[in-house]
Design a protein around this ligand. Structure first.
Ligand SMILES: Nc1ncnc2c1ncn2[C@@H]1O[C@H](COP(=O)(O)OP(=O)(O)OP(=O)(O)O)[C@@H](O)[C@H]1O
Ligand SMILES: [Mg+2]
Length: 383
């Protein structure tokens, strides 16, 4: 790093992940430029320059690049072509947009796992509606998982459906999809991996419990309830996947642990992730600080877990849209080891991630009990 130490990082996307990335380096002399289509994006108040533009706006991305020493992104749905062009011109972009090109499309991503002998659920590609019958014939089970190849996030763009419904002509999505074997009774775990191109580290496994209707994480805990051999196997698969991608940055590898102990890659996010929020308070180095270290060409920090932790997302309830308040804060704040993060979103919407909290405790059971108690207290409420 050149002296004086006052670099400018450009972030494409200004949501909560960007906000926590910036917050983790507030004690450092780092500045951030942010590009986001929402004029009230979570990161806006922190930005040196805030560019209010579409994530696909090439001109705006080039402007961000001009104003910044290094670029990163906190969302996958960006203009990859523009980033590839910038990278070719010598701009440092971490992770490389070549990785985004693979990850942005679930069909290409799944094929990447197959080509690199990385374990993943069986799948078939569906480009047009006439291809459903043939695609379904390759996949076992009455229930199947259909995923839009592009544009899905937070479970939107994923449908678990009966094959008989599809064969009757009820197509879950229009546009290219993958259809995947439904892994029943699986557990969901994730391994966060970081690499500076020389050294690659993992954080201890996290285990997730999902809301079955929203497909959103509603409780996440670390350490995961795994034996040492399974934990090692999960970490090895995650590291192998990031190495196959030639990945520099922070990556979340979402895994499915089948009932017979097999570990399958569900998907990879090439950025800090919901499954790593707890690292802010529970680990020596958070996923956010680590990405800053990588962006700034500083040594990686230790990823050990300091205390067992539970993270719960604060999700906009079904019956409120627009203005909101947080209730139950006073009672929650009396719990030792409770940490709140609010995302500065002006309006709530059903299913929207409005914030999260982490609870750390000496035992995982203690952390879960406290977190569930707070979940019943702390609410997004109508004004
Ligand atoms: N093959 C599968 N078998 C069983 N469940 C699955 C399978 N694939 C996905 N799921 C479930 O659907 C959820 C969402 O799938 P996926 O992660 O691919 O979508 P997403 O929209 O990218 O979600 P997110 O942004 O929340 O990570 C998974 O976390 C898991 O609960
Ligand atoms: Mg996912």
């Amino acid at each position: 790093m050149k002296q004086p130490f006052h670099p400018v990082i450009g972030i494409i996307g200004g949501g909560q992940l960007g906000k926590m990335l910036i917050e983790s380096s507030l004690p450092w002399n780092v500045q951030y430029n942010v590009l986001d289509p929402d004029a009230n994006a979570s990161c806006k108040a922190y930005a040196k320059t805030f560019i209010n533009a579409d994530l696909k706006d090439k001109e705006a991305i080039f402007k961000l690049a001009e104003l910044s020493d290094i670029l990163t992104y906190e969302i996958e749905h960006v203009n990859t072509e523009a980033l590839l062009e910038l990278e070719q011109q010598g701009k440092v972009i971490i992770p490389s947009p070549k990785i985004l090109r693979i990850i942005q499309d679930k069909g290409i991503q799944k094929k990447f796992y197959l080509d690199h002998n990385l374990p993943t659920a069986n799948f078939s590609l569906v480009q047009k509606n006439e291809e459903w019958e043939e695609a379904l014939s390759q996949i076992k089970g009455e229930k199947v998982v259909v995923k839009l190849c592009q544009g899905g996030y937070d479970g939107k763009g994923v449908a678990i459906v009966d094959r008989s419904e599809i064969l009757k002509g009820k197509f879950p999505f229009n546009g290219p999809c993958i259809v995947e074997e439904f892994i029943s009774e699986s557990r969901e775990i994730a391994v966060l991996v970081c690499s500076n191109g020389i050294e690659t580290l993992t954080w201890p496994c996290v285990e997730m419990h999902f809301d079955p209707t929203l497909h959103l994480v509603d409780l996440l805990f670390s350490p995961a309830n795994l034996d040492k051999a399974t934990e090692n196997k999960a970490c090895n698969i995650a590291v192998a996947a990031v190495k196959a991608l030639n990945g520099k940055g922070v990556f979340a590898v979402e895994l499915l642990l089948t009932s017979d102990g097999e570990i399958l890659i569900n998907e990879i996010a090439p950025r800090p992730h919901n499954s790593g929020h707890h690292t802010i308070e529970a680990c020596i180095t958070s996923q956010y600080e680590q990405l800053n270290r990588i962006l700034l060409n500083l040594p990686l920090g230790n990823t050990d877990l300091v205390k067992p932790s539970v993270m719960i997302n604060l999700i906009g309830p079904d019956n409120i849209s627009g203005n909101y308040k947080i209730t139950g804060l006073e009672d929650s704040m009396t719990e030792p080891g409770f940490y709140l993060h609010l995302y500065k979103k002006n309006e709530t919407r059903p299913g929207r991630k409005m914030g999260h909290f982490t609870v750390i405790d000496d035992s995982i059971l203690g952390a879960k009990n406290k977190a569930l108690k707070i979940k019943n207290t702390l609410k997004i409420s109508a004004i």
